[in-house]
Ligand binder design. Structure first.
Ligand code: ADP
Length: 159
């Protein structure tokens, strides 16, 4: 799934804003020249470094320990990939998942992303209310993420 996303985004430089243990960044490193991985949790950042070494892409990734809102505006890159926390397993019980259900709030995340980056990519849960995306006045495409034939999430490409 990560590799498919990376191939579609097709850019030179990308920020992986909620980098976690590096799964998406490792895929981006295969297709992009440079990846900036931001992660607020120090242990996860260490795991991301270790994982990228296993896949031998560590030289293409810059590891940034900190908060997305503080660190992302300092970076000059073509694209930003956003996979913000969905607020725990309770997200699935919501009839329709809104931008404000991301934690931090998805509206604030997208506002900052649109201000600084030309391509913005957001991973959303399957119950996400797509009308939420209209308010930004930007063109977008939504693709399904299938794992063994099962729909597990969607990705929105504002490009
Ligand atoms: P999980 O995959 O365990 O559910 P989350 O979806 O909660 O993790 O969050 C994805 C990643 O984003 C986590 O590794 C978390 O530490 C990180 N993260 C959360 N808030 C921020 C933030 N403000 N800036 C950067 N990284 C963050």
């Amino acid at each position: 799934m990560a590799l498919k996303q990376a191939k579609l985004i097709n850019c030179d430089t990308i920020v992986d804003a909620f980098g976690c243990v590096g799964g998406n960044s490792i895929a981006f490193a295969r297709y992009c020249k440079k990846v900036y991985l931001i992660e607020i949790d120090e242990n996860r950042l260490k795991m991301a470094k270790n994982n990228s070494e296993i896949y031998q892409v560590q030289d293409k990734i810059e590891f940034i320990h900190g908060d997305f809102f503080k660190e992302a505006p300092k970076i000059s890159a073509e694209a930003i990939f956003l996979d913000p926390p969905w607020g725990g397993p309770d997200y699935a019980a919501l009839q329709s998942f809104k931008l404000e259900n991301f934690s931090p709030n998805g509206q604030d995340i997208l506002k900052l992303a649109f201000k600084h980056f030309s391509k913005v990519i957001l991973r959303i849960p399957v119950n996400f209310d797509l009308t939420e995306l209209e308010k930004f006045g930007r063109k977008y495409e939504v693709k399904n993420n299938l794992l063994e034939g099962k729909l597990i999430s969607k990705t929105v490409y504002f490009m």
